[in-house]
Design a protein around this ligand. Structure first.
Ligand code: 13P
Ligand code: SF4
Length: 376
């Protein structure tokens, strides 16, 4: 590998928290699939073991086809932790790439092909806003409140949770994180996804302990009342998963006599209740993988994963839970294969593009929160 220099690029986009946002050069914008695939493969051959590509289950077909490992957020964080390549190219969204940067060695670089791949839910709980809520809530109780943040959050919030004795969880281990928190303390503040929090509370039989905290509505917030409950749920949500309704499940069951339904736990409570199963994107994949030929499974999650499952398991009848109304994730979609071609060819040329670097003052603490999760 040639010696790397970090590229300096001008940008006028100030929306993003990283100041090294780089746009796709014009010559990469109209690549056809055949040419692009050939160029990606050529670059990967040259880079060899220096590069590993991780792809979230929601990524486009043209990205997962090139991934060394495809999985859910938890699996990808474990893969990042064990990767020994110099470069981890992350097919996913910013909070996932940040977590990979925190978990990997300082000598390794994490590259997010498009820096605009930001999950809106992660933006619903900003550390400053959480700090203010924390001060209000903890002033009203002597109980030990443990903050848990869903992986879908930024590094500064993960660091905040570690500092307050809390941890990170993903959709596959939220129940374990709650158990950990209740062993250590008395109450949980769960951020930012209220639906995952509620579904987890039900799973543990703690549904009577729930209260919601809407940080945007000063009228509805009453800290002294909120702390009478053991589980305080931040009012964040995923717009892709909120779209699913119980009526979609009723329609599917009316259409297919033998339909089974699996949904992601970011879906509303009534949807999870009406489904046959709920689980992380890895659980959804395993369920379809283990289905008998001819079984029907309706999938309540991001549409790219449903499409992958149809391709990967043609013997199973895989249907999207809400038909054409099922959404793709706008953040995940930002990882365009032309961007992948560009960042790989730039590495071949000795230039690093779109490197995710978590601020050193957040990194160590955020790592504590992630390590606590990896240990439960
Ligand atoms: P998983 O952890 O289940 O892969 O989910 C991540 C996500 O963003 C779901 O919307
Ligand atoms: Fe975020 Fe929802 Fe997209 Fe997952 S599907 S990355 S929660 S916006």
């Amino acid at each position: 590998m040639p010696e790397m220099e970090t590229a300096q690029f001008e940008t006028d986009l100030s929306l993003f928290k990283y100041d090294n946002l780089e746009q796709l050069p014009p010559e990469y914008r109209d690549l056809g699939e055949a040419e692009r695939t050939e160029r990606i493969e050529r670059a990967l051959d040259t880079l060899g073991d220096d590069v590993v590509i991780l792809g979230h289950n929601y990524q486009r077909r043209e990205i997962v086809e090139h991934a060394d490992f495809i999985g859910d957020s938890y699996q990808l964080s474990k893969e990042a932790a064990s990767a020994d390549a110099d470069y981890v190219i992350f097919g996913g969204v910013t909070f996932m790439a940040e977590s990979a940067d925190i978990i990997t060695d300082d000598s390794q670089r994490v590259i997010l092909p498009s820096m605009e791949a930001s999950c809106p839910m992660a933006g619903m709980a900003e550390a400053l806003q959480v700090d203010a809520a924390w001060a209000e809530l903890t002033a009203e109780t002597d109980a030990n409140v443990i903050p848990i943040t869903y992986m879908n959050s930024y590094a500064d919030l993960k660091a905040f949770c570690a500092e307050q004795g809390g941890l990170v969880c993903t959709s596959s281990n939220a129940h374990k994180a709650f158990e950990y928190a209740f062993e250590k303390g008395d109450k949980v503040l769960f951020l930012p996804d209220k639906h995952l929090g509620e579904n987890t509370a039900y799973r543990l039989g703690l549904e009577d302990e729930i209260v919601e905290w809407d940080p945007w509505d000063p009228e509805s917030k009453d800290a002294s009342k909120a702390v009478e409950n053991d589980i305080i749920l931040w009012d964040g949500y995923c717009q892709v998963h909120e779209r699913f309704r119980q009526s979609h499940i009723e329609q599917i069951r009316a259409e297919y006599d033998d339909a089974n339904v699996i949904v992601h736990p970011e879906c509303r409570r009534e949807v999870v209740e009406a489904a046959d199963r709920a689980g992380s994107t890895a659980t959804i994949c395993e369920t379809v993988e283990n289905a008998d030929p001819g079984d029907t499974w309706a999938i309540g999650t991001e549409i790219h994963l449903t499409n992958h499952l149809q391709r990967w398991h043609p013997e199973v009848n895989v249907v999207p839970l809400c038909g054409d109304a099922c959404m793709d994730c706008n953040a995940m979609r930002q990882i365009d294969p032309n961007y992948l071609t560009w960042v790989l060819e730039e590495l071949v040329a000795g230039r690093e593009r779109n490197v995710i670097r978590v601020a050193p003052e957040e990194k160590d603490l955020a790592q504590v929160a992630l390590d606590r999760m990896l240990e439960i």
